[in-house]
Design a protein around this ligand. Structure first.
Ligand code: C2E
Ligand code: MG
Ligand code: MG
Length: 711
């Protein structure tokens, strides 16, 4: 973590700095005080010195002057006793150290003592010279003495002089005492000041502490709380308690504003979560929500010995509804679809069952209670049944089957991702198995899926590699057994795997959408080939048609008519020589759209046949509503026409019905002569089948065409 200086530390530092600065100022102040004390002391000493000196001097001057005056007569008359008296009385004065009366030459006459030991001695001390020479009052000082000399004059002539030595030390002692007292007082004052400074510092420190505590309480702590809450919100914990404040100041406003903001953020978050976790159309949980729920469940179940099942339900051919009826109808269908699923799951899925829409027409159901395999089987059966019942949308009946894939935990996989993938694979296998059914996942399915993906990749470039080609199965007229045309059938010889059955690769092409490119290529090639037959046939033989299979997906793509028209034009084939085979189920699943398309195709002159007729559930009545030129009775009916009276009855009915509508009937899969004879007897128009002719390579068919001679 990066080093960070918090608010508290900053305030602490600020207050600390302020206290430090104040303390430094106080120390400075104190030091200055000390300095002032010393200066005051010095000045006081100087002042007292001066005062003392001045006093002493005044006194000394006065004394010396007076003495000099008083000594004039005694000295004139040389009355040594009188001189002595005067000297003695002066010497007795306090502070007078010595009194020296001397003659004009500087020889001592009297020193105030009784026996005058210095009598007649010439003064030779350091101050003597100046004193002797002085013609007027003269003062000299040494450290201890103030020496004032005054000449003794009579009428302008100098008789001698007198020197009085005053003790300076006495004054100094007095000054010393006074100074000591003063110093003591100043020191006391200093101490009191120091105490005051210390007290002030302590008060400042305490104030700093109080300020810090206050800042901590009123600023740092609430801001810290706000920061904690903001961090919690940042981490997505919107339910953390928000700081509350009754304060009336700006911080209180901030806390309250923050509280309101976090509340609205939480509300938005809930809203967004709700939006992110629910499917907008159906209100069911979406993929994300289901995934999270599944993860949580699996975590709980882990090792608990319990099981669960996932059911993947995908509407069959839902895209067709969107393409033909529009997206509003598509949404309505999905909504009804979702309701049926939810109702069924509520009825038999158990209390813990969950339904989610995974997007598009894919729904996932989680089943958890009891014997999950049995429960899932029942539910899947029921779903397939319930969802195959027609839906009514915009006043129309819509048939929509469902393919359901089932996968079990922990049998098939123990992770959510793998389970979801397995469910998808199983659902896909249900589709491959013919749709409108359910399949349990098995490991073999994985391989099947892989094979299929591989096949799809291989099929992608097959036409360009020349691996795809058309073969032609001759179609004969039953009445006279004449060749009238041929059905184009696609063949794939893979460079490694050899021949791959159309039932396998056509399905792959349809599921993957590859048929959108292969279909037009087939159409183009078939038209081109049919033109070559024209050139090969005998001049008087009748024109042959080529009949091309068109997958339901191409029917839906919209530009089928344009593609057919272009193929005819490019090849130069007459439209009435092209037949288009559409499966019955593709046509009936969306009658309106199909009718429109068929009318357009037929207006080109192209004939349209319904392939594999009888296998769908349209019933014969359906034929009245779709404009087709012919039906091809599925070979499953033809196969049993000799043995099964029901099949014979149906075949007969189809023929009769078709004829009543003016429609041609073609029989597929004629393998036996008996079948041929029976169909001919029942007045079926055309037939194809192994008994009549196997699908032939182009050259073989050309040879067949050329052989055909007019009877
Ligand atoms: P279909 O249109 O019903 O084609 C007839 C199928 O019956 C062909 O199978 C043909 O070989 C087979 N058949 C003909 N006579 C007999 C017989 O006497 N007995 C038996 N058991 N079978 C007979 P094929 O070629 O395997 O084609 C299967 C399906 O593949 C076709 O069924 C058609 O739906 C689809 N198909 C084939 N070629 C194309 C194509 O170019 N485009 C599209 N969209 N589908 C195609
Ligand atoms: Mg066909
Ligand atoms: Mg057929």
């Amino acid at each position: 973590m990066r080093f960070r200086i918090g608010l508290q530390a900053q305030f602490f530092a600020m207050v600390g700095f302020a206290i430090l600065a104040a303390s430094a100022l106080m120390v400075l102040f104190w030091m200055r005080q000390q300095e002032v004390q010393t200066t005051v002391e010095g000045l006081s000493r100087q002042a007292t010195d001066q005062v003392l000196d001045a006093n002493l001097r005044r006194r000394a001057d006065g004394t010396a002057e007076q003495l000099a005056k008083a000594l004039v007569n005694p000295l004139y008359y040389f009355d040594l006793d009188a001189v002595g008296d005067l000297a003695k009385s002066t010497l007795r004065q306090p502070g007078v150290r010595y009194v020296l009366v001397y003659d004009a030459d500087g020889n001592i006459l009297h020193d105030g003592t009784a026996d005058i030991p210095t009598y007649g001695r010439r003064m030779d001390d350091a101050l003597a010279f100046e004193a002797i020479g002085a013609r007027e009052l003269h003062a000299q000082t040494t450290r201890d003495i103030l020496d004032v000399s005054a000449p003794i004059l009579i009428g302008g002539s100098r008789l001698g002089g007198v020197r009085v030595g005053f003790d300076r030390t006495e004054g100094r002692d007095f000054q010393q005492a006074a100074m000591t007292q003063l110093r003591q007082q100043i020191r006391d004052l200093g101490h009191r000041q120091l105490l005051a400074i210390l007290l002030l510092s302590a008060a400042l420190l305490a104030l700093g502490g109080v300020v810090l505590a206050l800042i901590q309480r009123t600023l740092v702590h609430p801001i810290g709380e706000l920061a904690d809450s903001a961090r919690a919100i940042e981490a997505g914990h919107f339910d953390t308690g928000m700081p509350v404040s009754r304060r009336k100041d700006e911080l209180g406003d901030l806390v309250r504003a923050f509280g309101r903001m976090s509340y609205s953020v939480a509300r938005h978050d809930r809203e967004i979560r709700r939006m992110a976790y629910t499917d907008a159309l159906t209100g069911l949980a979406n993929r994300l929500a289901f995934r999270e729920m599944l993860d949580a469940r699996l975590m709980q179940l882990n090792g608990a010995g319990r099981e669960l099942a996932l059911l993947f339900a995908d509407a069959d051919d839902f895209k067709r509804i969107n393409d033909t009826l529009g997206h509003d109808a598509g949404d309505e269908v999905l909504l009804q679809f979702a309701h049926r699923i939810s109702d069924t799951v509520a009825e038999m899925g158990g209390a813990d069952a969950r339904v989610a829409r995974f997007g598009g027409d894919e729904f996932v159901i989680l089943v958890e209670d009891g014997d999950v395999r049995a429960g899932a089987t029942q539910l899947a059966e029921r779903l397939v049944q319930v969802l195959s019942e027609p839906l009514v949308v915009q006043g129309r009946q819509v048939f929509l089957g469902t393919s359901v894939g089932v996968t079990l935990y922990p049998e098939d996989a123990d992770g959510a991702t793998a389970l979801l993938k397995n469910g998808d694979i199983a659902m896909y296998q249900a589709k491959v198995a013919g749709k409108n059914c359910y399949r349990f996942y098995s490991r073999a399915m994985n391989e099947a899926v892989e094979r299929r993906v591989h096949l799809e990749n291989e099929l992608r470039g097959a036409w360009d590699r020349g691996e795809l080609r058309l073969v032609y199965q001759p179609v004969y007229r039953l009445a006279d057994q004449r060749l009238v045309g041929a059905e184009a059938l696609l063949r794939w010889r893979h460079h490694e795997q050899g021949v791959i059955a159309p039932s396998v690769f056509i399905d792959v092409a349809e599921q993957s959408g590859l048929i959108d490119t292969i279909g037009p290529q087939v159409m183009r090639a078939a038209c081109g080939d049919a033109v070559l037959w024209e050139q090969a046939r005998a001049a008087d033989a009748e024109p042959l048609f080529v009949s091309v299979n068109v997958s339901p997906r191409q029917l839906r793509s919209g530009d089928l008519a344009r593609m057919v028209e272009a193929s005819l034009r490019d090849a130069g084939l007459s439209p009435d020589q092209l037949h288009i085979e559409l499966t019955e189920t593709a046509v009936i699943s969306d009658e309106a759209h199909a009718s429109q398309l068929l009318t357009r195709l037929r207006s080109l002159g192209v004939k349209v046949w319904l392939d594999d007729f009888g296998t769908g559930f349209s019933g014969l009545s359906h034929l009245r509503r779709v404009p087709v030129d012919g039906v091809k009775i599925d070979r499953s009916f033809v196969a049993d026409v000799l043995r099964d009276p029901d099949d014979l009855a149906l075949t007969t009915a189809i023929i009769a019905m078709a004829h009543s509508l003016g429609i041609t009937v073609v029989a597929e899969g004629v393998e036996k002569e008996g079948q041929y004879a029976l169909l001919r007897e029942r007045r079926c128009d055309l037939a194809q089948g192994y008994w009549l002719g196997h699908p032939l390579e182009m050259e073989e068919f050309l040879a067949l065409v050329a052989e055909e001679v007019v009877a």
